[in-house]
Design a protein around this ligand. Structure first.
Ligand code: NAP
Length: 447
């Protein structure tokens, strides 16, 4: 990316903002459209939104996306608002044209576009929304605009469900109501925060009571397949995950920032980059960079990072080294295999395996059925350089000479050959290795 004095600035403001995937999504769109723009993330503390907007004008920043917790404040402080943002009373997109900041809200449109991507239309349909917070409001208002016939709101706090139904009915009379049960609907949406990084269901739902050709959606995108979607899918229903909404709200915002229309190939590219229907599995000898490459991949894709060693340590309450010392390698490999077998259906993750996991061919074969396995390779000098003084914490390297370590590495060659792809990190910085893996994933795996 070549940034010059003419480069137009975009960004996201929020608090926290470090984990936002918006910079990756927008910079991919910038790169693919060839526009002279750049997109960054700005941590703006509560109480500082007014100053951020003044700064936007003073620095001539073209556009901001707005995330938690500033969407309502941004709405209150911008100079003009678009009609849909007005219906919402919240903005997620601000466009600065000649010193006038106009607020928009693309969350709902993002949801509707994500449905369209899966061939689902809300027109004339009956919908049930679980939740009555910001996401529920965006989704339900956009579905009402799309011509949904009925929208039932179910929320833990009933008064909020009533308030949301009233707000929708103000603009789309007699569409919304407070519902008691998610039955007999065409589209069911979890728009609560339940299921985010957890295995909880947002509500007790009998999926058998939905119309058989119905569609179940989740706004939660981490994990990519929530337990809610998994159960719906097992009941034979079509499912749509929250990552599509995230992608499409960004696409709609980018179109507002740049006055362009995003082509379908770019949208597909963003899906391939972030949906990760096949998880990315990393293996390789100790010190080849699995953890740092894996974490960088997660930052690029917004995927969750899963480390089998961490799971084993958490579940046993013991350090890996202690398990080796107390029970031996085979016992550890059994534990590792059990954990890996549990991960074989897990979508949307970057899974880092211990360096010896490949020794159980069954585990790798199981992962390769639904995921893609990358083996990181490095020569023994690089391995020792990367591990540094840390060899003592590695049960199989502790006290070993370089020659002994090399012999161990070579003894695993055949097992490492059983991976889908090999990436040498001997002369490749970690970020470049992650970029290379993602490029292979997008172009060769997620085709
Ligand atoms: P919010 O305004 O705080 O609303 C949270 C909603 O979840 C409320 O309806 C709340 O019910 C409900 N809830 C929370 N904990 C619950 C529990 N234990 N049991 C039942 N209901 C519970 O949050 P939001 O901005 O709407 O965000 C909700 C989720 O949407 C988040 O996970 C967020 O990441 C996701 N999101 C995704 C996208 C996307 O592009 N995919 C966009 C925006 C948001 P009460 O009213 O009773 O508290």
């Amino acid at each position: 990316m070549n940034i010059t004095g003419k480069t137009v600035q975009l960004g996201v403001i929020g608090c926290p903002v470090e984990h936002s995937v918006s910079p990756q999504l927008h910079n991919v769109m910038i790169e693919r459209t060839g526009l002279d723009y750049v997109y960054s993330a700005y941590k703006v503390k509560p109480g500082e939104v007014g100053n951020a907007l003044k700064g936007m004008k003073a620095l001539n920043i073209r556009g901001f996306n707005v995330t938690i917790p500033h969407k309502i404040t941004a709405y209150d402080l911008c100079d003009e608002v678009d009609l849909f943002a007005k219906k919402m009373g919240a903005c997620n997109t601000l466009v600065n044209k000649n010193g006038v900041i106009k607020g928009y809200n693309t969350d709902g449109e993002g949801f509707v576009r994500s449905l369209a991507h899966e061939g689902v239309s809300a027109a004339g349909k009956s919908v049930i929304i679980l939740g009555a917070g910001g996401a529920a409001q965006g989704v339900s208002m956009a579905l009402a605009q799309e011509g949904a016939e009925k929208i039932g709101i179910i929320n833990r706090t009933r008064e909020k469900a009533q308030k949301l139904a009233d707000r929708i009915n103000k603009y789309y009379p007699n569409v919304a109501y407070v519902a008691l049960e998610a039955e007999d609907c065409d589209i069911l949406v979890n728009a609560t925060s339940v299921g985010m990084n957890s295995d909880e269901m947002p509500a007790e739902v009998d999926f058998a009571k939905m119309k058989p050709d119905g569609c179940v959606c989740d706004v939660v995108y981490c994990p990519r397949e929530t337990i809610f979607l998994k159960k719906a899918s097992e009941a034979g229903l079509k499912t749509v995950g929250g990552i599509g909404m995230l992608i499409n709200q960004a696409v709609a915002a980018f179109e507002l920032f740049t006055d362009t229309k995003t082509d379908a190939d770019t949208v597909e590219y963003l899906y391939k980059m972030t949906r990760l229907d096949k998880s990315i599995v990393l293996t390789g000898f100790m010190g080849t960079g699995k953890t740092s490459v894996g974490k960088r991949l997660c930052a690029l894709t917004g995927a969750e990072f899963v480390d089998t060693d961490e799971i084993i340590e958490k579940e046993t309450g013991m350090k890996i080294k202690e398990i080796f010392e107390k029970y031996g390698e085979e016992y550890f490999r059994d534990l590792e295999e059990t954990v890996i077998m549990r991960l074989k259906d897990k979508k949307g993750a970057v899974i880092s395996l211990g360096g010896g996991a490949v020794l159980r061919r069954k585990s790798i074969d199981a992962l390769r059925e639904k995921h893609v396995v990358f083996c990181l390779e490095a020569d023994i000098d690089r391995v020792f350089e990367n591990i540094g003084a840390n060899t003592l914490s590695r049960p199989l390297l502790s006290g070993k000479t370089k020659e002994e370590a090399k012999a161990l590495l070579e003894s695993r060659k055949e097992a490492y050959d059983n991976c889908d792809w090999k990436i040498s990190t001997t002369n490749l910085p970690k970020n470049a290795a992650a970029d290379k893996i993602l490029e292979i994933y997008i172009n060769e795996v997620a085709k």
